[in-house]
Design a protein around this ligand. Structure first.
Ligand SMILES: O=P(O)(O)OC[C@H]1O[C@](O)(CO)[C@@H](O)[C@@H]1O
Length: 614
């Protein structure tokens, strides 16, 4: 394995914005109203600063709230007029409670021409991620014939076949764990973070049967206590645990740490990790090479042209799903149907375009309002967390494609209904008006034959339904806009479709606001800073070691340590490093009070003449 510092290496692209004026659209001052009652909405070229535009907009909404349609007939007609249905999937989209105007739609239809063209080019293999010089091909995963080269088509199909047959062999016990005590694999421990965890987590929560052939657990952080907890929960079943290490880059520090911790647990238990380890990563990545050299049980590919946050229909999401007994071909089929539906170039008949249009309307095309996702179904609990990365890592960008500073984004949060009704819906209805809601409704309450009336004529599911409809109405009555997505059941097909719907909506929205949705340059800054902290920690230890090897030992103040590290400007960070190490029983001894850092004097409990910290 490479050293920590090499794993932290940063490659943030240098984006130099030009000084062109910002031209972002906003809606007009009297625009928060429905057709028939509204004055025209204009998309104005904006040359003000962003803060100016935001305050203008919030005043707009407060003032215009009164203009919402209250007449039930007019609302019903709007509902009928805009209701979208995808028959094959049993999916409906209702945008009637978003207040866009006819004029806005006409303007957006023009803008969508460009967005549809961008999407068409992307699907044909254009370099849709220009900073990284990459194609963006997650749509090919569910329809390999779209792949721009025959070799890619074959790769996609072969990988899918090998996922299915490997999963079958594991589930059937044809491939067994090496320990003679373990009959067959019973558990999966998935190690990965971000897009290498969120998709598998969402799919597992949504679709895993009550008694899956293999149960799944996740290590998705570098929190030692969290890792210990997962391993402790496995207990003796570690011997029958398939460890799937997922990292597109193969060098993400948190994932590497998770792997090292799990490998140690295997060593401590006298188990052979390699015979239970599976890697999902790009060919020749650090992880891939490690898995190959150590002879892990299996390796599956990640592709350059699939981003982490859209990787759930690659081996990243499909392998864990198949091992849990989830029908992955149905997931892919649902996504493929949705892909077809969202390729249509008529705004009204394209559910992803309708979503993107509503986001644009509701957030003024500048993220001025947050998107609250409210699935009324426990199994969809993680949908909002999944969407948080998909939407925010894709749309949260400083620069647009022309280098203008735009600070774009759309904040996503949510949990589930009706639970949230007893948490934050109070603020949504009556408090600060900084959001729009998306209700995810599931028509089927529970499998047929299990329902019963807990009151005459009323089931438990009727309550859930009532809570959803009640909240939607109550929010609307107070001028809060909402979108409703309805599916018949939570199935592999509908989950695949939901994922595809939002992937496409994000892509279209990104085109509308002219940003690259497929890179994440901002994440690099935090990684780089973390690497610097760890490098400073090594210098601190080295300085302390030198002082502690003296006779007598020379305890150092924080100022002295900072001076000897040639980093006086880092004194606060040095204090935090020392406080953290001392809280964790390291060899370091700190005298004085942590509450008054100037009183602290530090030396090492052991002197290391070879200075292993240098
Ligand atoms: O799969 P990897 O390469 O380990 O990356 C994990 C996650 O880290 C990010 O790059 C952000 O740091 C995400 O985009 C990605 O999903």
């Amino acid at each position: 394995m490479a050293s920590l510092s090499s794993l932290y290496s940063s490659s943030s692209p240098s984006l130099k914005p030009s000084v062109k004026p910002l031209t972002a659209p906003i809606r007009g001052a009297d625009s928060f109203s429905f057709p028939h009652t509204s004055k025209p909405t204009h998309l104005l070229p904006l040359t003000l600063s962003r803060s100016a535009s935001r305050s203008d907009i919030s005043h707009t909404n407060v003032a215009a709230k009164k203009e919402l349609i209250k007449d039930p007939n007019a609302l019903w007609n709007r509902y009928l007029d805009w209701l979208y249905q995808q028959k094959e999937l049993g999916l409906y989209l209702d945008v009637s409670r978003v207040g866009f105007t006819d004029e806005f739609v006409v303007d957006m239809e023009k803008r969508f021409k460009g967005a549809f063209k961008d999407m068409e080019d992307l699907e044909k293999g254009s370099i849709a991620n220009p900073d990284e010089g990459r194609m963006v091909g997650h749509y090919w995963l569910r329809n390999s014939s779209l792949a721009p080269r025959p070799g890619l088509k074959t790769l996609i199909e072969n990988t899918l076949d090998s996922i299915c047959s490997f999963a079958d062999d594991i589930v059937s016990g044809k491939i067994k764990p090496p320990s003679s005590l373990a009959g067959r694999f019973t558990q999966i421990l998935s190690v990965g973070i971000g897009g290498s965890a969120l998709g598998p987590q969402f799919v597992a929560e949504a679709l895993a049967p009550d008694n899956p052939p293999l149960k799944i657990r996740f290590i998705d952080n570098t929190d030692p206590a969290g890792i210990d907890h997962q391993i402790a929960q496995l207990g003796p079943e570690l011997a029958s645990t398939l460890v799937i290490v997922i990292s597109k880059s193969g060098g993400t520090p948190e994932t590497r740490n998770g792997l090292l911790e799990v490998q140690k647990a295997f060593r401590d238990a006298g188990l052979n990790f390699a015979k239970q380890g599976v890697a999902i990563t790009q060919e020749n990545s650090l992880l891939d090479n490690t898995a190959r050299i150590e002879g892990w049980l299996a390796r599956f590919p990640m592709y350059d042209w699939v981003g982490g946050r859209t990787s759930v229909m690659s081996a990243v999401g499909l392998l864990p799903a198949a091992l849990q007994g989830i029908d992955i071909r149905e997931m892919l089929a649902g996504a493929a149907i949705m892909d077809k539906a969202t390729r249509r170039t008529s705004l009204k008949n394209n559910p992803a375009a309708l979503l993107a249009m509503c986001w644009y309307w509701a957030s003024d095309g500048v993220g001025s309002k947050d998107m609250v996702i409210l699935p009324y179904k426990d199994s969809l609990l993680l949908f909002s967390r999944y969407l948080q990365q998909l939407v925010m890592e894709s749309l949260g960008k400083e620069f647009d494609l022309d280098g203008n500073t735009v600070n774009q984004g759309l904040t996503v949060y949510g949990n589930k209904g009706s639970t949230d009704q007893h948490a934050y819906i109070q603020q949504l209805r009556e408090g600060v008006h900084n959001f729009f809601a998306t209700f995810i409704e599931v028509l089927r309450d529970r499998p047929p034959g299990h329902d019963w009336d807990l009151e005459p004529g009323v089931t438990c599911g009727d309550y859930l339904f009532g809570m959803l409809q009640g909240t939607r109405s109550a929010l609307y009555a107070n001028g809060r806009e909402s979108i409703s997505v309805t599916i018949e059941e939570v199935t592999p097909r509908s989950v695949g479709a939901l994922i595809a719907l939002y992937e496409r909506a994000v892509g279209l929205y990104a085109s509308l606001v002219n940003i690259n949705a497929y890179h994440q340059p901002g994440v690099e800054a935090g990684k780089k800073a973390a690497a610097e902290v760890l490098a400073l920690q090594k210098r601190v230890l080295s300085v302390l070691n030198e002082a502690s090897c003296k006779d007598p030992v020379e305890p150092l103040t924080l100022d002295e340590i900072a001076d000897r590290c040639h980093a006086p400007e880092e004194i606060e960070m040095i204090y935090k490093i020392i406080a953290h190490m001392s809280a964790n029983d390291r060899v370091l001894i700190a005298e004085g009070s942590c509450g008054s850092p100037r009183s602290v004097k530090v030396f090492l409990g052991e002197c290391n003449v070879d200075d292993m910290y240098a």
